[in-house]
Structure formats: C-alpha cells, structure tokens
Design a binder for this molecule. Sequence first.
Ligand code: ATP
Length: 269
Amino acid sequence: MKQSVSKAKPLPSISLADVGGIQGEMKDEIMQTLSILKEPERALQMGLKPPKGILLYGPPGTGKTLLAQAIAKELGATFFSTSGSSFNEMFVGVGASRVRSLFQNARKQKPAVVFIDEVDALAGKRKQHGGEESEKTLTELLVQLDGGHSNDGILFIAATNRKDMLDDAFLRPGRIDFSFHVPLPDMKGRKEIIEIHTRNRKLAENVMCSLENLAESTSGFSGADLQSLFETASRRAVQNGQKCIMKEDIDFALDRTVLGSSTRALQDA
Ligand code: ATP
C-alpha cells in the first residue's frame, strides 16, 4: 500500500524563465493572475477575488509541471506535489483521507501550492469514472476545494492531458477559476525551449549556429522531447570523450527522439 501521496518540497528552483513557449495572451493572463495572488488585499479592494484553482491542460511533456513549479516559486510558496492516480485505493476511505491530509498539510505551511498532476484519475466525470470509492474521493476533493477562508494562501493547480474527461463540478468557478491550455510549442516556443536547454551545455560552433534550423525541423516535438534530445546528445558527447556537443551528436539524438516518439505513438494507438 502506498504510504503517502503528498510531498512538501522546498521552494522549487524553477522560475518562469525556465519555461519556454509561454507566450502572448497566456503569458499575460499568468502574469495578471500572479500579481493578484501576490497582492490579494489590493485585488480585493478592486472587487477581485484571488483565484483559488488553476487548471493546466495540454499534451504530455509540454511543461505543465514545470509551470506549476515556477508559479509556486514566484509566489514564494511551499510546493505540494502529487499525482491523481496516487489517490486510487481499493481500501474504503483511504483516497478521501489522503485528499484531506494533503490539504491539511498545505494549510500548515502557507503560502502553499497544491499541485495534482493527472488530475483526471481523481476528478474524472462521475458517470464514466465509476465506483463508489472514487466518487467519495472526488467528493472529498470538492469539499477541500470549498474550504473557504481556511484555503486563503493556498493555490490549487491541477494538470491533465484530458480536460474533456473532467467532472463539471470540479471545473466550477471557485474551484477552478482559470484554465490554461499548454500546447505543443510552435517554432518560437521551440526556439525558447532550445535556448533554455542549451544554457549550460557546451556546443560546437556549427551547432550553435544551427539552433534556429533545429527549432524549424523539430515541429511536433514537446518540451520534454527537446530536453531528451539534448540529454542524449550530451551523453553521446561524454561517452566519446568530447569537450562539446557536435553536429553528429545532435543528428544521432534526433534519430533517437523521432524513433522514440513514433514507437510511443504506435504503442498509444
Ligand atoms: P505530463 O503531462 O506528461 O505530466 P508535463 O506537461 O507536466 O507532462 P513536464 O513534466 O513539465 O511536462 O516536462 C518534462 C520536462 O520536459 C521538464 O522537466 C523540462 O525539462 C522539459 N520541458 C517540457 N516543457 C518545457 C517547456 N515549456 N520549457 C522548458 N522545458 C520544458
């Protein structure tokens, strides 16, 4: 039996500058939301209620977890992170009691961000979700999200690849106030992500000069794919005793990543 689902982590070291591809309207909305959360009294004077819950949705590996960590860092909040599947227990009441203790722990360490990844495993539509036990766990989550003033100083962030699977009651304003779509990065986003993941790596001159081309040729890659690409290239360079990443390492890693994504797509089909 899993013993604990929530881990309070020290302040994440990830900042918004580490998340690439957050642009335009979404960036503005996130910045606005953060400024309200940083100065809730000022917002209240303007008749604005600070948001309690945020949903991040989009394909796997696009940086939803990263963004949640960066938001926690911006707010100087303790980060409680867990996955929706860790509440699925066959024993009566265990899931609900885990939800309760997650929020109780967060209330002891305000300001706090409570992050639940794969929230569809916990807050899926009740009819499809099925099972009395899952329903009790979801009901407990709704009760905790409705905690009123006891939730002041707590921001709930949920992430999913399947927004369409979520229960309407969970998505109700007051529980989830903002939903942000985190899509696969476009060309500009990939360029930013490539810059982030090459910051601390030594690149050969011809690799440095071709990063823009790499951004162009990696359409369909997620941030996680790009991160993995540079990890693979670095590993190969180290194995070969090189001082920097060369064009051949990138080509090798590209083949691997493209192969990996198509195998995943076949397995998912
Ligand atoms: P999942 O839906 O599978 O949980 P996710 O959207 O939460 O995925 P992350 O776990 O945040 O994705 O991303 C995994 C890793 O990929 C990150 O730790 C980071 O190294 C890299 N990454 C993903 N997206 C980005 C991004 N937008 N900017 C920079 N790095 C990224």
